[in-house]
Design a protein around this ligand. Sequence first.
Ligand SMILES: O=C(O)CCC(=O)C(=O)O
Ligand SMILES: [Fe+2]
Length: 310
Amino acid sequence: MVVSTDINPIRIEKIQELKVPVIDLSEKKSNVAKLIVKACEEYGFFKVINHGVPHHIIKKMEDEGFEFFHKPLPDKIRVGSANPFGYGSKNIGLSGDEGELEYLILHTNQHSIANSSKFRNAVSSYVECVRELACKILELIAQGVGVPPTSFSRLLTSFDSDSLLRLNHYPPVTHTAAIGFGEHSDPQILTLLRSNGVPGLQISLGNDTWLPVDPDPLAFCVNIGDLLQAMTNGRFVSVRHRAMANTLQDRSRLSLVFFGGPSPEAIITCPPQLLKQNQPRYRAFTWAEYKSHTYAHRLGETRLDHFKIA
Ligand SMILES: O=C(O)CCC(=O)C(=O)O
Ligand SMILES: [Fe+2]
């Protein structure tokens, strides 16, 4: 009798052969721009090293994050529930998704969540640095695809840029197949994720094949979001990814995730230089419109499809 199993050995081999692109930002700009564009087209995902975000700023944010999650539950609940900004546990979004994590979502322009000034300072310095890094990467992307340098980064520097910082805390669980954060693509423009040395993040290669991303506390993981897929007319892929629950019994996983988004009124279209002879694949929409569509659907849906021109 042939026993069917979910674990396909061919897939495992394929997974082990591949490594996600690691891009050294201290190398020559024109080469870096080319490598980034290639990674955005092939995976919608890469890691950056020598990124210039000072270690002490990351460490301070990580320490504050752990301090927050180690507080008693009533203290965490007191900051308000995560719709849209605040603390959440197990439930992700409002459409029934669940995972083995707790999290804190902060708006990068409104630090109104009642926390200590020590916490707020850590968030401000961290956000300032990662926003700058996100802009630098978006400018390299602009250079690589041949559009004016600030075509994408200006969306993150506008005074009402709708960017978020999300802290995800994955405590140890004993069931190995559990999902920490289910499969999805990030809705915004660009995501910068940094995690401690505990594994969990995986990116999708399609056909149910997953590529585990080695934890690397010195690097930032960069995800292309749905808006950048739309703004490149589908040339870049907004990578589908997920986090497995943490099965290391003696440590928690903490990821710091910056989502670079535009102002709610920003109109998302592909610059004409990138359309060339092609027809636009997506209709123009505002970020506010995209966000409300996203919030109304399950995490795993391919939300950008709704804006496709038939
Ligand atoms: O925590 C992680 O590694 C992934 C989380 C994630 O994908 C997200 O917050 O959008
Ligand atoms: Fe994500």
